[in-house]
Write a protein of this length. Structure first.
Lengths: 133, 508
């Protein structure tokens, strides 16, 4: 989908004004979305879609997805959460996922950064090294 | 003591937990060899991006929330939602002497079925050209073995000489002839003390596979492959690979230059290269300009051709000579890409369809062809015999057009016309048979000193071929003297005169 120039400009303005102290403000975003829906300006659906995308990408920066092969015990989970908050700031939200394909270890994704300590990843790397030789 | 041990133990333990941090993104759009990726917050321009299955891409467009990336390889497997990661590396190709005799693709992987390329050095595909401090002016010749070029449009090591002309006018032939001649010279002088071999790289961009195969067969038959690298990105390859092929070839050539050797690179051809880059740019949604080429199509070719240089002794004293080829449409040199490349290069060899069909092959148009720096690199012997030839020939063309209107010509004009016709005949040369410089000098000397004036025009070629035979079989010492002295002194002149007088009596 190609957004027209004006709609993209509006989007960027909306996005810029949805921050308070450098952080996304839930109250602001919902009121902005509400006003756009009420205003029904040109291309408002496209604008909202693009705005949603920008907010989603911004929100992902402070959201950690922690994947493990089997469910983590509450203590381990808590420890990981605390460590991550110490590194990425206190407003980090977390989400635990069970992915048996990992075989063992953890895989943590925050924004576009991925910390991979899973057995699957190491096996993949090994197979890559072998195929290069 | 125990603390040291503990320290080592913790370090070893740290090694085992191999958690790696990587920067990832998700493919949002894929098509035509170009993908849009969301994420990749740490990506750098021109960085390699790793796709699952050993596929790599290059990040070319860095936008606010997306990255435009071109794929190097089979792009049909990439789907929306695929996770990719940055590598922190630039695209590199293997370089070195082990590539000689091989046919490789854009990424330096062999495609000739002769096993893997054993090379432990790699060069980045995009590299900044040597600056002014490192450079030295062109002073050594590249003998193309084509008499018309060596005599009138000389090329020096480190020069960039454009070969331009319509389709089927013999552009590739000139390039192949030059490569064959380098191999001949390299073989003849192998092991000599201060001899500098010239290695060749032939980059085929967007050509028919059959054409590339034919060129390879010619080079193999002439025994030139052992001094040649062929980088092939035929028409069936993706536009991305076609766009990168000349840069990969340039990287291979730069290795020779950096290591104090001389190399010659042929880009065949840059019009197709521009078309490939136009396709890549358009699918990347970059704004287009004249003839829908992107705005940086000039920079594309200038940064490529700037990498050909002659560097000074402090920097290895090597050189990289470029022979870019550009195809024109209906002889129009003022089209976009031809004018661009003409202005970047140090001269051009212009081939004309009319001349080609008149049987003047190579169909070099003397009036429109120039070499801006090469004359400094010409050896003295050629200068002595061919100094005025270009002027004579240009004058002849003018007179020939004029003489068609009247039949009464004064003796001087007639002599000029006669001489011109014979020079044209002399410069005709069959393909894939480059001539050694001493042979060229002896033929040109014969012309200069009037030995051909009494030969009928239609027998000039026969005279020349027989003379070549005669010189090579009976007067080898004269040729050797020209080769070694690189000039015609009194002694050589006397020998040449004696030889020609003797030959003239036998030629009936």
């Amino acid at each position: 989908m190609r957004l027209n120039k004006e709609a993209r400009k509006v989007c960027r303005q909306l996005f810029r004004s949805s921050f308070t102290d450098g952080k996304l403000d839930a109250a602001k975003t919902s009121s902005l979305v509400g006003s756009i829906i009420e205003g029904k300006r040109r291309h408002y659906v496209d604008i909202l879609k693009e705005y949603h995308r920008l907010v989603r990408l911004e929100a992902a920066k402070t959201h950690a997805v922690i994947e493990s092969a089997s469910a983590l015990t509450p203590e381990t989970g808590g420890k990981v959460e605390n460590d991550l908050r110490a590194r990425y700031g206190a407003d980090l939200t977390t989400e635990f996922k069970v992915t048996p394909e990992l075989i063992g270890g953890l895989r943590i994704k925050i924004g576009s950064d991925v910390w991979d300590g899973s057995v699957r990843h190491r096996l993949d790397r090994l197979s890559q090294q072998f195929s290069q030789v | 003591m125990s603390t040291i041990l503990q320290d080592i133990e913790t370090q070893i333990a740290g090694l085992k937990t191999s958690t790696t941090k990587s920067n990832t993104g998700i493919v949002r759009e894929a098509g035509d060899g170009v993908v849009k990726i969301e994420g990749l917050s740490d990506v750098m321009l021109n960085e390699m991006i790793e796709f699952p299955g050993g596929l790599y891409g290059l990040a070319l467009n860095l936008e606010e929330t997306e990255v435009g990336c071109i794929l190097l390889g089979d792009f049909t497997e990439v789907k929306e939602g695929t996770e990719v990661k940055t590598t922190g590396r630039l695209l590199q190709v293997p370089v070195g002497k082990s590539l000689l005799g091989r046919v490789v693709n854009t990424l330096g992987q062999p495609i000739d079925g002769k096993g893997p390329v054993k090379s432990d050095v790699s060069y980045p595909v995009e590299k900044v050209a040597p600056g002014i401090i490192k450079r030295k002016s062109v002073s050594q010749p590249v003998q193309t073995g084509i008499m018309a070029i060596d005599a009138m449009i000389p090329i020096g090591r480190g020069q960039r000489e454009l070969i331009i002309g319509d389709r089927a006018t013999g552009k590739t032939t000139i390039a192949i002839d030059t490569i064959i001649n380098q191999a001949n010279i390299n073989k003849a002088n192998e092991g000599k003390a201060d001899f500098r071999p010239l290695y060749s790289i032939y980059v085929a961009i967007g050509q028919k596979n059959s054409n590339v195969a034919r060129s390879i067969a010619v080079l193999e038959a002439a025994g030139a492959m052992e001094y040649t690298i062929i980088v092939s990105s035929p028409a069936s390859e993706s536009a991305t690979n076609q766009y990168l092929a000349p840069f990969a070839g340039a990287a291979m050539g730069e290795w020779f230059m950096d290591n104090g050797m001389d190399a010659l690179i042929v880009y065949d051809d840059l019009s197709k290269h521009a078309v490939a880059w136009r396709q890549v740019s358009l699918v990347l949604k970059r704004p287009s300009g004249r003839e829908a080429y992107p705005g940086d199509v000039f920079y594309l070719h200038s940064r490529l051709l700037e990498r050909s240089a002659r560097v000074d002794e402090k920097n290895g004293n090597g050189s990289l000579t470029a022979l870019p080829v550009v195809e024109t449409q209906a002889g129009d040199v003022s089209a976009y890409i031809p004018t661009n490349v003409i202005s970047i290069t140090d001269g051009q060899i212009y081939l004309e369809t009319d001349l080609f069909y008149q049987g003047i092959r190579p169909a070099i148009s003397v009036g429109l062809s120039v070499s801006r720096v090469g004359s400094a690199a010409q050896i003295k012997a050629i200068k002595q015999v061919a100094g005025k030839m270009k002027g004579d020939l240009a004058q002849f063309r003018e007179l020939a057009a004029f003489a068609q209107f009247g039949s009464d010509l004064d003796a001087k004009t007639k002599a000029q016309l006669d001489r011109g016709q014979r020079i044209v005949e002399l410069f005709k040369q069959i393909q894939y048979k480059p001539l050694a410089v001493e042979i060229q000098v002896s033929s040109l000397w014969a012309m200069q000193n009037g030995y051909l004036d009494s030969v009928p025009v239609d027998r000039v070629k026969e005279f020349q071929l027989k003379l070549q035979d005669y010189m090579a079989t009976r007067k080898e010492p004269v040729l050797a003297a020209i080769r070694d002295k690189k000039q015609i002194d009194k002694d050589v002149e006397a020998q040449l005169k004696a030889a020609l007088d003797e030959f003239k009596t036998t030629f009936k």
